[in-house]
Design a protein around this ligand. Structure first.
Ligand code: ZN
Length: 428
C-alpha cells in the first residue's frame, strides 16, 4: 500500500517492488478479501479475474484476455491486478503428455506480460492459491510471483477478533462471551466463523427472539461442526444406551489422563452429519506444540468410545468408524512424520503433498519399511486401546453413573460431568 501511494520514495533508493505477490493458505481464510482490502486501502483501481474463468469461459481466448487485462491495467497504473485461483492456469507443465494447450498459451501470455512491464511501473499483481506446490516454477521464480504471503487459519486471538467483526451485523444479548466461543470454534476458518454468527442469528429468529445469545452461538458451532439436530431420528433404547456409554467412554478416558483438553460438552442427540453423539473437548489456550504423551493420550481418547462398549456390553458396534480413522491417522503421523518411534528415529517416512487442502501424504520408503510402519501403527493404537480399556474397567462405577446421567439428560456440560466424576475418584 505504501508503495502504491509513494512510489517515488522507493525509486529514490533504487528499491524495486515485487511484481507479483502470492497469497497462499487454506480455503476460507479470507485471501480474496485481503487482496480487495489492500486495493481499497491503497485507493487504487482493482482488476480482478479468476484463473478458472480463463480456462472455462474464454476457450481459445485465454491469451487474448490476459493481454487485454494487462493493457487496461497499465493504462490505469498504479493499480492492483488480482488473479484468483491462479493454479487453474499456472499448474506445472512438465510431464503432461499432450497437455492443455489452452492453459499453456494463457500461462505463457501471463509470463510474457509480467516480464514485459518494467519494475516500478505501478502494476502489482496479487494472486491467490491454496495449492502453491502445484504451481509452475516459471511463475514463482524471482521477478515474477516471488513474494509469498501465508494466510493461515486464525489462532485463538484471531478467531475472537474475526467473530467480533462479523457480530457487528447482529444484535447481541449481554451474556455473549466471544472468548469462549472462539475457544470452542478451534480450527475454524474466517468463512466458517462468519457462518457461525449467521447460524446463531437464524436460530434467534426461529426462537422468536430479537437478539443472539451465547447459547445460540454455542449451538451454531455444533451445527457447523456436526450438522443440525436430527429431531426425528429415533434410536432404540438399546442404541441410545450404547451411544451414552460410548461418549462417556471418550470423555472419561480424556478426563482421567493428564495432558488432555478438558471436556466441554457431551451430547447424544443425533446430527444430520450422521454422528449419533459426540464429546467436545476444548483447549484452554493456543497450542503450537504437542508432546508425545499428549498425542498418545489423544489416541487413547479416540479409542475410549469403543473401549466402553467392550467393557460394558462385551461386543462392538459400527459407531467407532470415525474414531478409528482419527486414531490411525494420528498414530501414523507420530511414526512417519514426527519421529516419535524408536525404530525409525528422526527419519521422514512420509511427505505432506497438499498442505492446505486436507494435507494428503505420500509414503517415501521401501515396501519392506512400509510393512514395518504398518506394524508399528497397529502396535501403538493397540497399546492405547488397552490403556483406555484399563482406565474404564478401573472406573466402572463412574462409567455407569455418568452414562446413566447422559442417557437421561441427552446433553450434559463439562461441569456436570466433572461434578459427578470428582466425587471420590483417583485420577491416574
Ligand atoms: Zn466415538
Amino acid at each position: 500500500m505504501d508503495y502504491l501511494h509513494n512510489p517515488n520514495k522507493y525509486r529514490e533508493v533504487g528499491a524495486a517492488m515485487p511484481k507479483g505477490v502470492l497469497l497462499v493458505g487454506p480455503p476460507g481464510t479470507g485471501k480474496t478479501m485481503l487482496a480487495k482490502a489492500v486495493a481499497g486501502e491503497a485507493n487504487v483501481p482493482f482488476f480482478s479475474i479468476s484463473g478458472s474463468e480463463f480456462v472455462e469461459m474464454f476457450v481459445g481466448m485465454g491469451a487474448a484476455k490476459v493481454r487485454d487485462l494487462f493493457k487496461q491495467a497499465k493504462e490505469k497504473a498504479p493499480c492492483i491486478v488480482f488473479i484468483d485461483e491462479i493454479d487453474a492456469i499456472g499448474k506445472k507443465r512438465e510431464g503432461q503428455i499432450g497437455g492443455n494447450d489452452e492453459r499453456e498459451q494463457t500461462l505463457n501470455q501471463l509470463l510474457t506480460e509480467m516480464d514485459g512491464f518494467e519494475e516500478n511501473s505501478g502494476v502489482i499483481i496479487l494472486a491467490v492459491t491454496n495449492r502453491p506446490e502445484s504451481l509452475d516454477p516459471a511463475l514463482t521464480r524471482p521477478g515474477r510471483f516471488d513474494r509469498r504471503v501465508p494466510v493461515e487459519l486464525p489462532d485463538l486471538k484471531g478467531r475472537e477478533e474475526i467473530l467480533k467483526v462479523h457480530a457487528k451485523k447482529v444484535k447481541l444479548a449481554d451474556d455473549v462471551n466471544f472468548s469462549t466461543v472462539a475457544r470452542m470454534a478451534s480450527g475454524a476458518s474466517g468463512a466458517e466463523l462468519a457462518n457461525i454468527i449467521n447460524e446463531a442469528a437464524l436460530r434467534a429468529v426461529r426462537d422468536g427472539r430479537k437478539f443472539v445469545t451465547e447459547a445460540d452461538l454455542e449451538e451454531s458451532i455444533e451445527v457447523v461442526i456436526a450438522g443440525y439436530q436430527k429431531k426425528n431420528a429415533i434410536l432404540t433404547n438399546k442404541e441410545k444406551q450404547i451411544v451414552s456409554y460410548h461418549e462417556i467412554g471418550h470423555a472419561l478416558v480424556a478426563a482421567l489422563q493428564s495432558h488432555s483438553a478438558p471436556v466441554q460438552k457431551i451430547t447424544i442427540i443425533p446430527r444430520t452429519s450422521g454422528a449419533l453423539g459426540y464429546t467436545m473437548q476444548v483447549e484452554e489456550g493456543n497450542h503450537y506444540l504437542m508432546s508425545k504423551e499428549e498425542m498418545e493420550n489423544k489416541i487413547a481418547t479416540y479409542t475410549g468410545g469403543r473401549a466402553a462398549e467392550e467393557v460394558v456390553f462385551g461386543s462392538v458396534t459400527t459407531g467407532a468408524s470415525n474414531d478409528i480413522e482419527q486414531a490411525t491417522k494420528l498414530a501414523r503421523a507420530m511414526i512417519t512424520r514426527y519421529g516419535m518411534s524408536e525404530e525409525f528415529d528422526m527419519v521422514a517416512m512420509e511427505t505432506v503433498t497438499n498442505q492446505y487442502l486436507g494435507g494428503d501424504t505420500s509414503l517415501a520408503c521401501s515396501a519392506e519399511t512400509q510393512a514395518r510402519i504398518d506394524e508399528k501403527v497397529v502396535e501403538l493404537v493397540k497399546q492405547q486401546h488397552q490403556k483406555a480399556i484399563q482406565i474404564l474397567t478401573e472406573n466402572r462405577q463412574k462409567l455407569d453413573e455418568l452414562a446413566k446421567f447422559l442417557y437421561e439428560k441427552e446433553t450434559i456440560t463439562g461441569e456436570e460431568f466433572m461434578g459427578i466424576l470428582n466425587h471420590s475418584v483417583t485420577p491416574k
